[in-house]
Design a protein around this ligand. Sequence first.
Ligand code: HEM
Length: 451
Amino acid sequence: MTKILAAPPADSQLRPIPGHAGPPLVGHALEYIRDPLTMMQKRWDTYGELSWFTMIGRRWVAVLGPDACQEVLQNKDRAFVNSDGWSALIGPFFHGGLMLLDSDEHLRHRRIMQQAFTRSRLEKTVDALHPAIDAALDSWTPADGFRAYTELKSLTLDLATDIFMGGAEHSTEREIEAVKTAFVDCVQAATSVIRYPVPGTRWKRGLDGRRLLEEFFRRYLPARRAHETDDLFSVLCHIESEAGQRFSDDEVVDHMIFLLMAAHDTSTITLSTMMQYLGQYPEWREKCRAESLALGTSTPGYADLDGLVSLDLVMKECLRIVAPVPVMARRAVCDTEVQGHFVPAGTYAAVAPHFTHHMSQYWPDPERFDPERFAEHRREDKVHRYAWEPFGGGVHKCLGMHFAGAEIKAIMHHLLLRFDWHVDPGYVAPLNFTSLPFPSDGQPVDLRLRD
Ligand code: HEM
C-alpha cells in the first residue's frame, strides 16, 4: 500500500516521496538482488524519480533518472553525506576509505591521494602490469566452458598483490591465500542479512577478515615507509599534497583496504562483461584484435593504449550495460529537496546509475550491445551529462577511473593476442546483485589458444 515518506513543510510547495514497505526484515532486498532493473522500472512507472522502499531494516529512497542522480551527486547544498550512507552497507569493513569520508576531511585525503594517480604514475603502473598479466595468463588452460569470470577474478587479485602491495616479501603462499580470502570475506559481508557477529555468519567472517588485513598491511608498513617503490602501498606512504600533507600509518592501512575493494570487483566484472560480448560479437572481437596487432607490441605503454579505439568503445558499452557500481549510497543530514520532493533529514538515498543506463528515453534500444553509440558520430552518452555515469559524479567521482581503464585495456590486449574465444549468441549472464554484480555461473566461454 502506498504511503508517503514524510509530509513536506506546509509552506514549502514540495511534494512528498511515495513508496511502500517490503516484507518484514529483508524488505525489498531479495527483489533487488534478483533483478534490480525490473524492480527500478516498476518504481519508475509507478512513482517516478523518487520513491521509498525498505532494505536491511532501513527506509531508502530510490533516486532514478539522470536529473535526480545529478542533483544528489552534485550535492550543491551539502545535504547528503557519503559516510553515513555507505557505512550502512560496508562501514565495518571499509571504514576510513576515501569514499566514506566527507567535507573537509574528504578533501584533504583526496588531495593527497590524487598524487598516486598522476599520469607519470599511471605510465609506471602500466609498465609493471605487463609481466604480471603475462605470468597470470600462463596458468590459463583453454577449454570449452572455461569459467572466464572466476579466472579473471583470480587474475585481478594477483595483480593487486603485485601492483598495489608491491608483492609480499617474507609471506608464505598460505598467508597470501589467507589475505585474499580475508579480502573476499570483507566484500561479501557487506550485504549480509544477519548483521551481528554470530559465529559462522558472513558478517563475522568479514570482521575477522578486516582484522587480518589490518595486521597484514601493518606488518609491511615499516618496509614501505623506508623505501619508495612504484607500488600503490609504498606510494601512499610517501605522497603528499601540494600543501605538504601526508597520510598517517592508520590512514594508509584504511586506504589500502578500501582501494583493494574499489579496484577489484569493479574491474573484474567489466572485463568479464567485455569477454562475454566480444565472444558473442566476432566482428567486434576482430576489430579489437586488429587494433591490438597494429600496436606491434604485447607491452604497450600507457599512451599506446589510446590506439585501442574499438576496445575503448566496447569497454564503455559494457560499463553501460552492467554498471559495476549499480547504486551509490548517501544519507541526508538535514532536510532538503530533490526534483521538487521533500527529503527529510536522516533519509538514506540509493542513487542508481544502472537504471539510467537502461532508460530508453536516453539510450535507443538499450538492451542491444552497440559500442558505436559512443563513437564520435553518435555520442549517445552526450544526450545528458549524467546519462552515462559508471564512475559516479560530483566530488566523489571515481579517482581510479583512468587506472581502471588502463588496467582493463592492458589485460584485454593480452587476451586478444593470446586467445580466441566464443560465447553462444543467445547466452544471457545470470547476474547476481548480492554485492557488486557478478555472473553466478562463472561466465563460461569456449577458449582457444590463437594459432
Ligand atoms: C571499472 C572500474 C571502476 C568503476 C566502475 C568504479 C566506480 C566508482 C564509483 C561509481 C565511485 C563513486 C562512489 C560514490 O560516489 O559513492 C568510485 C569511487 C572511487 N573509486 Fe572507483 N571504480 C572503478 C575502479 C577503481 C579503481 C581501479 C580504483 C583505484 C585503483 C578506484 C578508486 C576509487 C576511489 C578512491 C573512489 C572514492 C573517490 C572519492 O570518494 O573521492 N576505482 N568508483
